[in-house]
Design a protein around this ligand. Structure first.
Ligand SMILES: Cc1cc2nc3c(=O)[nH]c(=O)nc-3n(C[C@H](O)[C@H](O)[C@H](O)COP(=O)(O)OP(=O)(O)OC[C@H]3O[C@@H](n4cnc5c(N)ncnc54)[C@H](O)[C@@H]3O)c2cc1C
Ligand code: SF4
Length: 360
């Protein structure tokens, strides 16, 4: 059995208290929400915090409300289950419901939170392994040998096993919520002791770097997620994974668009997930504006946009195949936006529609 290393548990009762502990302890403190990512990482010794600051006892940290402007204001402590099952969210932002409803398993979704999902660690086949496995091939730069381990003379920490000549880490952004919230134009509120409050678009929350993948500073707490409502907006989320029951994405397409009464796109944002260290907001989305989503328009868009998918060989499936199916996933998501029922789009569409978006 893998055990967690020793740590001090601090159950914050307010956001200010959580931010204060982060400020006081710097990199030695870490936030804990549902723990569905943090705890396995602790057991594998990828993190060794001295203090774990739990957010679960903060009153009002969870909950979904719809404001007078129609926007959803979601507490970061809201569980993925509550979010996925919320009828108001499903009606207004169906892509978000599907994205969070596709995460992990029902049991995990009952504990996992939206805030934790947005800040989810990046993933790599050489990183998501236990301590001994990583030690046996020499620790990579994302998770060097912990201080005080038996490997002090050769702690690793300078090489990337995926791209040994690379100075950076290519671990993959694997959040399902991030790409969809970016496509929907959502923002998060961040709070720190030193700098107070600031808002940042989810689309701007990430860096394309497997180690420094968040633009959120380590002392900042995600305190609110706001999803704007746009009249006539449609959204869709298509996710590729091996097992439809609970796997992480190895490719996802999050798409949101608004339409004029005559059916032309008035605004669009399409985001690729799980093909880089950050969700990729596709610049080609702007080319859809003013057009109807005809088969030709969709095919041209999918062909151009799929070139951004350059997955590395550090998650599931062959990279060449993942690149190849990107256009298919983009096509499916855009067809769904224009009103096609995914269940009429062959086996893949039927699987996406029932949330089991795997091809395996
Ligand atoms: C078997 C399995 C399958 C999974 N499948 C998927 C999947 O398909 N898709 C997917 O996206 N995820 C998946 N996950 C990962 C994880 O369960 C989810 O991403 C979950 O939403 C993480 O939320 P949490 O509350 O458990 O986060 P935690 O584990 O508590 O925290 C995750 C990270 O977020 C930080 N954090 C948490 N809350 C805040 C906050 N308010 N402010 C700032 N930082 C914060 C923590 O410090 C930590 O760095 C899976 C996990 C498992 C074990
Ligand atoms: S991409 Fe390279 S540095 Fe990053 S986790 Fe994988 S092997 Fe380690």
């Amino acid at each position: 059995m893998m055990r967690c290393p020793e740590f001090r548990y601090h159950a914050a009762k307010t956001v200010e208290e959580a931010a204060s502990v982060l400020a006081d302890h710097g990199p030695k403190a870490m936030l804990l929400a549902g723990g569905t990512d943090v705890v396995p990482n602790l057991k594998r010794r990828q993190h060794r915090p001295e203090v774990l600051v739990s957010l679960r006892r903060i009153p009002g940290f969870a909950g979904i409300s719809i404001g007078g402007d129609g926007a959803a204001v979601i507490g970061p402590g809201t569980t993925l289950a509550d979010l996925a099952l919320d009828g108001r969210v499903a009606a207004e932002w169906p892509g978000l419901s599907r994205a969070v409803g596709s995460i992990a398993s029902p049991l995990i979704r009952a504990t996992a939170t939206l805030g934790g999902n947005l800040c989810l660690d990046t993933r790599c086949n050489y990183y998501n392994q236990n301590y001994e496995w990583r030690q046996s091939i020499r620790f990579c730069m994302k998770a060097p040998a912990p201080h005080g381990s038996a490997l002090t003379e050769d702690a690793g920490g300078s090489v990337c096993w995926v791209a040994p000549a690379s100075p950076r880490c290519w671990a993959v952004s694997s959040t399902d919520g991030g790409p969809m919230l970016a496509a929907l134009g959502a923002t998060v509120e961040l709070r720190s002791k030193a700098r107070g409050k600031r808002d940042i678009a989810v689309a701007d929350l990430y860096n394309d770097d497997g180690m420094l993948f968040l633009k959120k500073a380590p002392d900042e707490v995600v305190t609110r997620v706001r999803v704007p409502r746009a009249a006539g907006q449609k959204s869709a989320y298509w996710k590729l994974r091996r097992r439809g029951s609970f796997d992480f994405p190895v490719l996802s397409v999050a798409a949101a668009a608004t339409f004029s009464k005559s059916g032309e796109v008035t605004d669009a944002r399409v985001v690729l997930g799980a093909v880089a260290s950050m969700p990729l907001v596709l610049a080609e989305s702007a080319s859809l504006v003013g057009k109807s989503l005809t088969d030709d328009v969709i095919a041209e868009f999918a062909g151009a946009a799929s070139r951004h998918a350059k997955p590395m060989d550090n998650t599931d499936f062959q990279t060449a195949w993942r690149r190849k199916v990107t256009a298919e996933f983009l096509t499916g998501a855009l067809r769904e936006l224009r009103g096609d029922d995914p269940r009429t789009m062959g086996q893949l569409g039927r699987r996406v529609a029932r949330g089991a978006s795997c091809l395996g």
